[in-house]
Write a protein that binds this ligand. Structure first.
Ligand SMILES: [Zn+2]
Length: 93
């Protein structure tokens, strides 16, 4: 049975709980009955890092899109380029 690490968001009490993955996760702190969050050991660090990278990627993609969208406004003759760069952006994603 896997071990789960929990940390109370109210009093900061951290504890381990054993239960199957199918079982209901622990939701209350045994000390103060406050709300707890589950820590996923080393995997959590990777997860958090991953979401951080994703956010950075998303932001830069968003910025690129905005920059690309601004350019064609300068001249209507570049309409074809606009649709072409849109396709490229989709491919990149
Ligand atoms: Zn607590």
């Amino acid at each position: 049975m896997p071990t789960y690490d929990y940390e109370c968001t109210k009093c900061g009490h951290s504890f381990e709980a054993f239960h199957s993955m199918a079982a209901e996760p622990v939701a209350k702190c045994p000390e103060c009955r406050g709300k707890v969050r589950r820590l996923i050991g080393t995997g959590a660090g990777i997860l958090f890092k991953g979401s951080g990278f994703y956010q950075t990627d998303y932001r830069s993609t968003d910025y690129t899109k905005a920059a690309t969208a601004d350019k064609p406004k300068e001249t209507t003759a570049k309409k074809d380029e606009k649709s072409a760069s849109k396709k490229d952006a989709k491919k990149a994603q």
